[in-house]
Design a protein around this ligand. Structure first.
Ligand SMILES: Nc1ncnc2c1ncn2[C@@H]1O[C@H](COP(=O)(O)OP(=O)(O)OP(=O)(O)O)[C@@H](O)[C@H]1O
Ligand SMILES: [Mg+2]
Length: 318
């Protein structure tokens, strides 16, 4: 059993087109799961179910061992699964950071005596120690989002869902939040990261791909993000490094050993042991390469496609 177990959950807003259509997904305790998908594919709707903000129309959902459909579990589910949203400004309830971080604790009925220490510990966790008296609204975007995260962490949830939490931040703020996400995961918290930045999914344990309310795939980033058919079906762009390699493979088809079907069409390079093994797409570059006998070494195909800049350099220089 996972920390989140979704079994064929379905949901539609106002009885319209399904926003979730039979989604089954198990998220393991301590896992870092990224969820990617186009606009309107159902990512936020799924996340709102994890936090009991929305009830399933069909199927079943267990969060931290609790039946999310049982109204009696509503607050326990919300306590177990914290949410961080896109716009930090919409998440503040007070112009005093300490009061803001304390708000969630009060909502969840933590004893008054525990609250100051929990607020201080949460501010430490987001690297804003001693910020209790500051006004969140006057902080930078990255600091605002970290304060919002402190409010979630103060409650010590088992799971934290980040719904595009870096989308409105400048590069520095984004980096700060991503670092926090990594630290949270390192400490054993289950992290669900919804993102439009495909690069943010590369470091996840698994990536779930959503499209039109359905879960198309869920697996290791290496398998999911380099699956060309899947990425095309979901209308997603894989990391730049992966895309570049696809283009290179298209332009310079890989050679294969003579006798592997080259036949009459074997060229000089094939005689040396390297006729075309795969021509994924008929591009002018590919044709030119085939005609001239140019091509990528066959072992390139066996190598996993890179997801990062470093991986790309390694792949090209192999
Ligand atoms: N409050 C709402 N009322 C009615 N329909 C909604 C509501 N919120 C979302 N929807 C619809 O539900 C579907 C899924 O939306 P959702 O917001 O979950 O997608 P998303 O993957 O999070 O998209 P985005 O990347 O734009 O945030 C869409 O068709 C959307 O229009
Ligand atoms: Mg969304």
């Amino acid at each position: 059993m996972g920390i989140i177990d979704a079994e064929a959950i379905g949901f539609s807003y106002d009885g319209g087109v399904p926003a979730l259509d039979g989604v089954s997904l198990t998220i393991r305790e301590g896992e870092f799961l990224a969820i990617v998908g186009n606009n309107g594919s159902g990512k936020s709707t799924l996340a709102r179910h994890f936090n009991a903000l929305l009830p399933c129309d069909s199927g079943s959902l267990r969060v931290a061992g609790l039946d999310a459909a049982d109204g009696a579990n509503l607050w326990a589910v919300r306590k177990a699964c914290g949410m961080v949203f896109q716009n930090p400004d919409n998440q503040f309830v007070s112009s005093v950071a300490g009061e803001d971080v304390a708000f969630g604790l009060q909502n969840f009925d933590f004893p008054d005596g525990e609250i100051p220490a929990r607020v201080a510990a949460a501010l430490d966790l987001v690297h804003l120690p001693g910020f209790e008296e500051r006004d969140p609204h006057t902080r930078s975007g990255g600091q605002k989002q970290r304060l919002a995260i402190a409010g979630v962490l103060a409650v010590e949830p088992d799971i934290v869902v980040f719904d595009e939490a870096t989308a409105m931040l400048d590069p520095e703020g984004r980096q700060q939040v991503l670092q926090l996400v990594g630290e949270l995961h390192q400490r054993g918290t289950t992290v669900v990261m919804i993102t439009h930045y495909i690069e943010e999914a590369v470091g996840a344990d698994r990536v779930a791909v959503m499209d039109a309310g359905r879960l198309l795939a869920c697996g290791a980033p290496q398998a999911v993000l380099t699956d060309r058919g899947l990425m095309e079906q979901a209308r997603l762009e894989p990391p730049l490094a992966t895309r570049l390699c696809w283009e290179l493979e298209d332009m310079f088809p890989v050679k294969q050993h003579a006798g592997d079907g080259g036949g009459e069409e074997r060229d000089e390079a094939a005689e040396r042991g390297g006729a075309m093994e795969r021509v994924p797409r008929e591009t002018s570059g590919g044709r030119a390469a085939a005609e001239t006998g140019a091509g990528l070494p066959a072992e390139r195909l066996a190598a996993p496609l890179p997801l990062t800049d470093e991986g790309l350099v390694d792949w090209v220089c192999r």
